[in-house]
Write a protein that binds this ligand. Structure first.
Ligand SMILES: NC(=O)c1ccc[n+]([C@@H]2O[C@H](COP(=O)([O-])OP(=O)(O)OC[C@H]3O[C@@H](n4cnc5c(N)ncnc54)[C@H](OP(=O)(O)O)[C@@H]3O)[C@@H](O)[C@H]2O)c1
Length: 334
């Protein structure tokens, strides 16, 4: 597989990454650990060098899985992980309310020590702040990561779901290699402010949920019943009423795929890759066939005219419903 550069600090990864969250959380059922280890090895064999996890996934289980699976391939792969949730419990923020974030310097350091153990490594390739902590100035976070880079524990860093002012301030203290935020045909908000700022500063972009959490693959409709603990049950844009309207988008993606002789998932991923050469999506799957299909999107090319037509068609669609429940939406764009 070809590679893409993320940022100007030297980070280079396979054009398609693999999001591993769904292997242990959010989208049950969760397969046996050994099956996921096998899948991760198959991803390496297929040329994937970019794996996404977080200490919050599980918590800890996902990193443990990756640590075990990728140990034999450690020097060939880039593992991205994230700190920033209060996993030890009960921190009270300035607001006086219990909040679920914690990016205090001592917590970042403790997180990094735990991550190194779970990933069975002596360095973290790419470390993101999972969500911006309103109680800790971003300069303090960036300064802490800068020290960790000097110590050799971290190679590159990034932030997930920041606002653009935070990006500028953080980058000033310690240059960012990548921002990871949601981006897909059904969530295009980053195009308004974030992508222009990343282009200006030379920072890479890693879109999460690039398949719209499965919505864009054509496999989900208003009659789809997720397991009771599936995160999509609480996402407003997945509720039956909103889905009725939103499915127009999935239908367009299906039509374009049929015309092009490819699959809807490949259209969704290839559309992202065509936006900028410094964007690397991280679709998540637990299935080998889908992994191959998603990697195959790197060979799906659109002409300028095809892309224009596709953009015209999707620009006219108004997606209904938030992408997160209210309490979680509040943690983004800070
Ligand atoms: N920074 C953050 O806050 C944040 C938030 C969410 C996610 N992420 C990261 O981004 C990664 C990807 O996001 P995501 O998993 O939420 O959403 P996604 O990649 O948009 O979609 C994953 C869903 O699509 C299904 N799928 C995957 N490939 C498919 C295909 N070719 N055909 C049909 N269905 C397919 C998967 O099911 P199967 O598994 O059954 O194939 C799963 O239900 C995560 O794994 C995680 O690492 C980060």
């Amino acid at each position: 597989m070809r590679t893409r550069k993320l940022g100007k600090q030297g980070l280079e990864v396979s054009t398609m990454g693999l999001g591993c969250m769904g292997m242990t959380q959010s989208y049950p059922p969760f397969p046996e650990k050994n099956d996921m280890i096998k899948l991760i090895h198959q991803a390496v064999d297929l040329g994937v060098t970019f794996f996404d996890t977080a200490e919050a996934y599980g918590p800890y289980k996902n990193e443990e899985l990756l640590g075990e699976a990728l140990k034999p391939h450690r020097d060939k792969v880039i593992i991205a992980t994230k700190f920033g949730f209060d996993l030890q419990g009960q921190r009270t923020g300035k607001s006086g309310k219990a909040i679920s974030l914690d990016s205090r310097p001592e917590t970042i350091r403790r997180a990094v020590d735990g991550i190194l153990k779970r990933l069975k490594t002596d360095h973290i390739d790419l470390l993101y702040q999972h969500r911006v902590d309103p109680d800790v100035p971003i300069e303090e976070v960036a300064g802490t990561v800068k020290e960790l880079i000097k110590e050799g524990k971290v190679l590159y860093w990034g932030i997930s779901e920041p606002g653009v002012e935070t990006v500028r301030r953080a980058h000033e203290v310690c240059p960012l290699s990548a921002i990871q935020s949601e981006y897909s045909m059904w969530y295009r908000n980053p195009e308004i402010e974030l992508l222009p700022v990343l282009e200006e500063l030379g920072i890479g972009f890693v879109p999460f949920s690039p398949l719209g959490k499965g919505f864009l693959t054509g496999n989900i409709n208003k009659d789809t019943k997720f397991e009771s603990t599936d995160f999509r049950n609480v996402i407003p844009r997945f509720n039956a009423e909103n889905m009725d309207v939103n499915l127009v988008l999935a239908d367009i993606v299906k039509e374009v795929a049929a015309k092009k002789g490819t699959t809807p998932a490949q259209v969704a991923l290839s559309w992202i890759l065509h936006q900028k050469p410094w964007i690397v999506p991280i679709p998540g799957t637990k299935k080998l066939e889908r992994l191959k299909e998603n990697i195959g999107a790197t060979d799906v090319k659109f002409t300028k005219e095809e892309l224009y037509e596709l953009n015209q068609a999707i620009s006219n669609i108004h997606i209904i419903g938030e992408r997160y429940p209210e309490d979680q939406e509040k943690l983004t764009g800070i």
